[in-house]
Design a protein around this ligand. Structure first.
Ligand code: RP5
Length: 190
């Protein structure tokens, strides 16, 4: 991605924030984030960095946190319950194995929650995929592909949601699609 950068934030012209933290108090420090990237473990960051990078490319203010549905259940539920009042519009949640982070966050908010299944050691991410995608009716989690492709697409999906009410973001999304197409059309095989 190689987009012309300009901040997409609640306050026009405000500096785009990219915040990375795993401390419980961190989320009160970033009042302008539109997207929260949440992951169950620091070990997920290598994958989820792709989501943060893509949001950065689009100039979307966001924050990244480690919190777990089973290791820090109160932190996770409090975070989700407070996200909307903090101005967050989309939550991206990544977890591996049978961890249910995305579903738990979705249970505590009506904001759109996009789940990214992490590639696990035991089952290559099939466990993560099923535990994220198979939400019973009533509490939806929009589930993306396993691993880095899913992380990037979750960010692009978040951008598409935000673009519904932000014409400048829609313009960038169209520009990105055009660049993608141009690259494929220009591809030359040795
Ligand atoms: C999940 O367990 C995390 O999302 C991670 O993908 C997986 C393994 O976590 P660690 O044991 O590496 O901390 O909760």
């Amino acid at each position: 991605m190689n987009l012309k950068k300009s901040a997409v934030n609640k306050k026009a012209g405000a500096k785009v924030k990219r915040s990375i933290s795993n401390t419980p108090s961190s989320f009160i420090l970033h009042p302008s984030s539109l997207v929260a990237v949440v992951m169950g473990s620091k070990s997920d960051w290598d994958t989820m960095r792709s989501a943060s990078d893509a949001l950065e490319e689009f100039g979307v203010a966001h924050e990244s946190h480690v919190m777990s549905a089973h290791r820090t259940p109160k932190l996770a539920s409090d975070f989700a319950a407070n996200a909307e009042s903090r101005g967050i519009e989309v939550i991206i949640a990544a977890a591996g194995g049978a961890a249910h982070l995305a579903g738990v966050l979705a249970a505590h908010t009506t904001l759109p929650v996009l789940g990214v299944p992490m590639k696990s050691e035991a089952l290559n991410g099939l466990d993560s995929l099923l535990s994220t995608v198979q939400m019973p009716a009533g509490i939806p989690v929009g589930t993306l592909a396993i691993g880095k492709a899913g992380a990037t697409n979750a960010a692009l999906f978040a951008v598409a949601i935000l673009a519904n009410s932000r014409p400048e973001l829609r313009k960038k999304l169209r520009q990105f699609r055009r660049q993608q197409e141009a690259k494929v059309r220009a591809a030359k095989l040795d």
